[in-house]
Design a protein around this ligand. Structure first.
Ligand SMILES: [Zn+2]
Length: 83
């Protein structure tokens, strides 16, 4: 049985279907027995779906998050330059 912490570490890969089948099964087993993680996964899934609808992309989740951070930082920096 894997831990809640491990499930959260694996979450973005799990949602991207990037996990090996055996690992994926372990996550699914954990979710069946752990309502807390199930709720967490559900809410993350919702955020990802909203984000994908808003940005109209199918990039991997972690890249989307990284890209979002980069764009945000770039915007902040350019705002600093113009003011
Ligand atoms: Zn859990």
């Amino acid at each position: 049985m894997i831990t809640c912490k491990k499930v959260q570490e694996l979450l973005s890969d799990y949602l991207d279907d990037d996990l090996k089948e055996a690992v994926c099964e372990n996550v699914q087993k954990h979710l069946k027995d752990c309502p807390d993680c199930m709720i967490h996964v559900d809410s993350v899934k919702k955020v990802i779906r909203l984000y994908r609808e808003a940005t109209d992309t199918s990039m991997p989740v972690d890249i989307q998050i990284r890209l979002h951070d980069v764009l945000k930082k770039a915007r902040e920096e350019s705002e600093e330059e113009t003011t």
